[in-house]
Design a protein around this ligand. Structure first.
Ligand code: ATP
Ligand code: MG
Length: 395
């Protein structure tokens, strides 16, 4: 047997394309991988960079397989392969190791394919020649074997880098893709207890946005359990993003004040505008560069294109709406996949469902909304007060 070590070979997608900034993204991703494996198994595994890949291996040769589900959640990673690293690196070593690996992982061999990736151009031979040589070695030792390049029963990859790695592509596990957590700067997510905004937060975080969340509630009209639900959502999102800070803002006075001064059919838009304005103040405190909401065009009255237009002028920051073009069923499918759905459907209402009109306007006019808003005094002070009194939690 060749001396080998069991490893995880981690591939990353988009950041491999990022010219001059590539190193910044790689270092960030590697730090996150190290943090993740240390959280799961403190000090037992190491992670290092290896010519366009990351490698995780046990400090004392432990099998790292149980780390796969944790690593597969990390944004920026395109896939994880369980395989082996060769200690020696001559062609003879490779052939012996491949044969051992083949016998161990494929007890009933029928068809196979070998793919060689020669990142280390100093290693002699072209990739196809190396694959052919390894294939010939397998034929010589294993009876009844056939090559099938399109649909093989065993898909073996040999990657020649600083070390040589062997793995089966058949057990490659997909990661989420995207960009490393926090690599894009900060955004403030308007997080309600609904289905949409946690999914919007997940998708924004997947593009590398460091999420700070803000939640508006209206006690005693909304319950403590509605707040707990949102905190649980934030905590769950933090399992993808590494950390989340959330502001819980008491919205009661503002909601009552607005309800008193606004025609009922326009209240929803004014409430949403208030939320955006307060999120904007929060973003200034946090030095965030964008706001994020779970709006989807046409989903409800407050999300028609007219309504979204009527939210204009509340912030100078870009408002990211990752779900703008999604159908509800597609949003639900993501919520189920990322496991926010069971939390979101707990039956506790957020503030917006209070005092809601029977017939909200679906085509509000920005100029009319702005003129109503401008006549309501003390709003600015109420925003500042509510924000300064917000409860802040860290996950
Ligand atoms: P969600 O499922 O995210 O609650 P929704 O379909 O209920 O969305 P709306 O109530 O119109 O739709 O809210 C649209 C967006 O406004 C939400 O996705 C969220 O970003 C923000 N939002 C609404 N209510 C709140 C709240 N109480 N706190 C923070 N953000 C909110
Ligand atoms: Mg909602």
């Amino acid at each position: 047997m060749q001396p080998t070590t069991e490893i995880l070979l981690i591939k990353y997608g988009e950041i491999a394309l990022r010219g001059g900034n590539r190193r910044f993204y790689e270092d960030m991703l590697l730090r996150f991988i190290k943090k993740t494996i240390n959280t799961v198994a403190d000090g037992e595994f190491s992670a290092y960079k290896e010519q366009g890949r990351f490698v995780v291996q046990g400090i004392d040769g432990q099998n790292p397989s149980h780390l796969i589900p944790h690593i597969c959640r990390i944004f920026g990673i395109s896939s994880v392969c369980k395989g082996i690293r060769l200690t020696n690196r001559t062609m003879d070593d490779v052939m012996v190791a491949v044969l051992d690996y083949f016998r161990e992982h494929n007890p009933n061999p029928t068809t196979f394919r070998i793919t060689t990736k020669r990142a280390d151009k100093k290693f002699p031979g072209k990739s196809d020649e190396i694959s052919a040589q390894i294939g010939a070695h397998l034929f010589a030792h294993i009876p009844n074997l056939r090559v099938n390049l399109t649909n093989p029963n065993f898909n073996l990859v040999v990657e020649i880098r600083n070390s040589i790695y062997i793995y089966s592509q058949d057990v490659e596990v997909a990661g989420p893709g995207g960009l490393p957590p926090g690599s894009a700067g900060k955004g403030v997510l308007l997080l309600s207890g609904g289905i949409d905004s946690p999914v919007a937060g997940y998708l924004a975080a997947k593009r590398g946005i460091d999420i700070t969340a803000i939640y508006f509630h209206s006690p005693p009209y909304t319950s403590e359990r509605a707040k707990e639900k949102v905190l649980d959502l934030a905590q769950h999102l933090a399992t993808f993003t590494g950390k989340i800070k959330i502001y819980c803002v008491n919205f009661t006075d503002i909601q009552l004040h607005l309800t008193e001064k606004t025609p009922p059919e326009k209240i929803t838009i004014l409430l949403k505008r208030s939320m955006l304005k307060m999120a904007d103040l929060c973003a200034q405190n946090e030095k965030a560069l964008a706001l994020i909401t779970g709006d989807a065009v046409g989903q409800v009255a407050s999300q028609t294109l007219h309504s979204l237009h009527a939210m204009s002028g509340t912030t100078a920051l870009p408002i990211l709406r990752p779900l703008a073009t999604y159908d509800k069923k597609d949003i639900v499918a993501i919520a189920e996949k990322i496991e926010t759905f069971p939390i979101s459907i707990r039956p506790f209402d957020d503030c917006c469902t209070l005092f809601l009109p029977k017939h909200p306007e679906t085509k509000p006019k920005l100029s009319i909304i702005q003129s109503i808003e401008s006549r309501i005094e003390t709003l600015g002070e109420l925003y500042q007060k509510a924000l300064s009194e917000a409860e802040i939690y860290h996950f």
